[in-house]
Design a protein around this ligand. Structure first.
Ligand code: ZN
Length: 386
């Protein structure tokens, strides 16, 4: 058996793998697998289609009782265009902080989990601990879906899940869902002087975006509201638009991306239907008068459900007791894989070291005190389990 590694050593090694979502994460998965296999723990991998990335699932303990999942994503956001004062893929420690890409989002949590394997094993638990480490979370919670498909087939289902995204070790019980879509508008080209013979794809996209914005403003005014979220309503946003070649040609193509970040109980599909109805009623008939080859094409680029764990859920009281906190569990607007885990039937909370304020930024860091708090939390978890 390998000598026990501290979570700092482990985090240093995890950060050194550049697992930006566009890259393979297999070397990092291999590293985790070797830590586990050295201790007799087998892990199961589920790959993406190109077999360049994998999720890892492992069970520590006998596995004949419903266990608790510790969940983390192995990918990180890019450092492109960011100005770092430390080496992003090297772990620099100064003034009580460990700097590096993924330090808080969320290799710090994974490192603490891995450094605890010996403790989990020696506790000889009836209730197993599962590790669920995914790929491609940062591009819309894509990878974890394959892991959950496999997990569904297991005879004994876990009962709870802790997502270790950075919450400064507070308990988060809800987050918004997201629907991220791309729209292609197909118009018809013509000389810009002959406007009656063309369909301007940019204009049609602009009208649709203006309608999306009017829905956003109505929701902001009229709700539904949940004051525990900031902002306390579902938001709509358009972040990318492309179209046109030169000004004297009526553009026949325009493409834009938009997202809906919904309160967990507010259906994003119903909102999208409203956009679709507007397009079909107000825009398409006029476009088709000029050419029936014109139209709209929609594609889902990413989506995940919101998380909404009830206040009286057992996992909330367990975690709050272990953390010795009486704070009300919070709700956040950023997404995690928690919505997927809850949809799969597991009682789910988000609780991890570091602050979301530092995530995705240059000089991302995790406080050493936060890692220590996470380590104590997992020790307390072991003691509370049988
Ligand atoms: Zn994250």
């Amino acid at each position: 058996m390998k000598s026990p590694q501290t979570y700092i050593d482990t985090l240093r090694e995890l950060i050194a793998f550049d697992t930006t979502s566009r890259n393979s994460n297999l070397q990092l998965i291999d590293y985790i697998q070797s830590i586990l296999s050295d201790r007799g723990v087998t892990s199961e991998l589920t790959y993406d289609e190109a077999r360049g990335k994998a999720n890892l699932f492992a069970t520590i303990g006998r596995g004949n009782e419903p266990g608790i999942i510790l969940s983390g994503h192995t990918d990180v956001v890019p450092v492109d265009g960011q100005s770092w004062s430390t080496e992003p893929f090297g772990a620099t420690i100064k003034e009580g902080r460990l700097f590096g890409r993924g330090a808080c989002d969320m290799k710090g949590f994974i490192a603490v989990c891995l450094a605890k394997v010996d403790d989990f094993l020696s506790a000889d638990l009836n209730t197993p601990i599962h590790f669920a480490f995914s790929y491609d979370e940062e591009v819309g919670c894509v990878g974890v879906k394959g892991l959950l498909e496999e997990l569904k087939k297991k005879p004994i289902q876990p009962r709870a899940c802790i997502i270790g995204e950075p919450t400064s070790m507070g308990v988060i019980r809800a987050h918004k869902g997201m629907l991220f879509k791309r729209c292609h508008v197909h118009g018809k080209s013509a000389h810009s002087s002959l406007v009656d013979q063309g369909v301007n794809a940019i204009t049609m996209a602009a009208k649709t975006i203006a309608h999306i914005d009017s829905i956003a403003q109505r929701i902001q005014r009229e709700g539904p509201f949940d004051q525990e979220f900031a902002p306390p309503y579902t938001t709509l946003h358009c972040g990318v638009i492309k179209g046109g070649i030169v000004n004297n040609i009526i553009p026949n193509e325009c493409q834009f991306d938009f997202e809906i970040r919904n309160l967990p109980d507010h259906s994003p599909l119903a909102i999208f239907d409203e956009i679709d109805r507007y397009v079909k009623k107000e825009l398409l008939p006029k476009m088709h008068e000029v050419s029936t080859d014109t139209g709209f094409e929609w594609k889902i680029l990413a989506d995940y459900p919101g998380l909404n764990t009830p206040l009286d859920d057992n996992m909330i009281s367990v975690a709050s007791n272990l953390l010795q906190t009486t704070n009300r569990p919070g709700k956040v607007s950023y997404g995690t894989e928690g919505g997927h885990f809850q949809s799969a039937g597991f009682s789910t909370i988000v609780c991890g070291p570091g602050s979301i304020e530092q995530a995705h930024k240059p000089d991302e860091y995790v406080g050493l005190d936060q890692l220590a708090k996470c380590d104590q939390f997992l020790s307390a978890l072991i003691q509370s389990m049988d």
